[in-house]
Design a protein. Structure first.
Length: 182
């Protein structure tokens, strides 16, 4: 069974707004490592649209720094599953996931492979509620922004976690991986 891993960038005060994170080359190299730990990506409609708009190749020349290109190539090539009841179709090496979320994700997890990687805000909340996330990774950036969206806002029950790894990046961001205590 392949694990479902959740990874997100977050500020010290819990903000998950990607516009509040200052990307750099090291952070993108780390993100490529994370993508390579998975066979496929699991996105909600909003995250899929955001990632496709930013990283679908070919990206016009000069649209991104050179150090972002390996990330763009990796995410572009990755298999993607998109959870949406409103989209009529997807492309970009993606397929729609419909119906019962818990059953659909359990079926994806049962397939052989290295794992699934989920990002975003709303879909991971639903997956956490269902107890389907096997690893949580928070890349915590040394910044306070005072607004949201915030990490896992609305979670109905506590999820106790055990730290399994920690990595400090040159920017001062710290990537911490946790597994749920079961």
């Amino acid at each position: 069974m392949r694990p479902l891993r959740y990874s997100i960038n977050v500020t010290l005060d819990g903000c998950c707004d990607h516009r509040e994170i200052s990307p750099d080359a090291e952070m993108h190299r780390y993100a490529v490592e994370n993508l390579n730990r998975a066979d496929a990506l699991l996105f909600g409609r909003v995250t899929y649209a955001m990632m496709e708009a930013a990283f679908r190749l070919p990206v016009r020349t000069g649209a991104m720094p050179e150090w972002m290109e390996p990330f763009a190539r990796t995410i572009h090539a990755a298999k993607k599953y998109v959870v949406s009841s409103t989209l009529g179709r997807v492309d970009w090496n993606a397929e729609l996931v419909r119906g019962d979320l818990g059953r659909a994700v359990q079926e994806l997890k049962r397939e052989p492979g290295k794992g699934l990687l989920v990002g975003g805000v709303k879909l991971p909340l639903a997956l956490a509620e269902l107890g389907l996330i096997d690893e949580y990774e928070f890349v915590v950036h040394p910044r306070l922004v005072g607004h949201g969206p915030t990490l896992l806002a609305g979670l109905s029950k506590r999820v106790d976690l055990k730290l399994v790894s920690r990595r400090e990046l040159g920017s001062g961001a710290v990537a911490m991986r946790y597994e749920p205590r079961r």
